[in-house]
Design a protein around this ligand. Structure first.
Ligand SMILES: CC(C)(COP(=O)(O)OP(=O)(O)OC[C@H]1O[C@@H](n2cnc3c(N)ncnc32)[C@H](O)[C@@H]1OP(=O)(O)O)[C@@H](O)C(=O)NCCC(=O)NCCS
Length: 171
């Protein structure tokens, strides 16, 4: 089921007062078993507090629906000196399959482009068919040889802002 219009959750960067709601999202994600596929950091209240207080070059975003946070995405690597950020995301299981993952990805792509990135990288387990299908449909190209952790590496070449057909704007 796709969601449209005013039902759409808003994509936005994490803010300092998100700590509690983000902690609740992390705990839900953890209880849903998401860490099998998504483990950029522990999904704990403490990690939520760190993200909420974070100030740096990397990007941490949420999907907000009413007062709830239903998705979390990140672009990181800039703080460590890399030019190519690594992307990750997770959507609350109750909200999956409604186009929210795709919208959060597109939002992250816009932010990456605005920060001057020419490419984005990500890693995914090939058995995570939902995520892999999403990434491939957005144009990521994968090296199908698994790394030591079992994941495959993909890259998206970002189209420069001035060459965009007006499709992928932050909403
Ligand atoms: C992967 C994930 C972010 C997708 O989010 P989502 O909101 O369910 O995805 P969307 O509804 O935007 O669907 C986007 C695409 O995913 C794919 N997809 C969605 N449901 C699918 C399913 N059941 N089977 C296969 N592909 C599916 C399709 O390509 C879909 O494209 P479409 O819109 O043209 O149909 C979400 O499933 C998730 O959070 N998974 C757990 C955490 C995770 O694995 N993160 C990625 C780590 S690399």
């Amino acid at each position: 089921m796709k969601v449209s219009g005013s039902d759409l959750p808003a994509c936005r960067p994490v803010q300092p007062d998100d700590a509690c709601a983000l902690g609740r999202l992390f705990e839900r994600l953890q209880s849903q078993g998401v860490e099998k596929f998504f483990h950029p950091h522990p999904l704990t209240q403490e990690a939520a507090e760190h993200r909420a207080a974070y100030a740096g070059k990397d990007v941490y975003c949420v999907l907000q629906m009413g007062t709830d946070l239903v998705g979390y995405g990140l672009l990181r690597g800039w703080d460590d000196g890399y030019d190519v950020p690594s992307l990750g995301l997770a959507i609350d299981a109750s909200q999956q399959g409604r186009g929210h993952g795709r919208r959060l990805m597109e939002f992250l792509h816009v932010l990456a482009r605005q920060r001057g990135a020419k490419r984005i990288r990500l890693r995914v387990y090939p058995e995570n068919v939902r995520a892999l299908a999403l990434y491939q449909s957005l144009g990521y190209a994968f090296n199908l040889k698994r790394g030591t952790d079992g994941q495959i590496l993909g890259f998206l070449e970002l189209i420069p802002e001035n060459e965009l057909p007006g499709k992928e704007q932050a909403r």
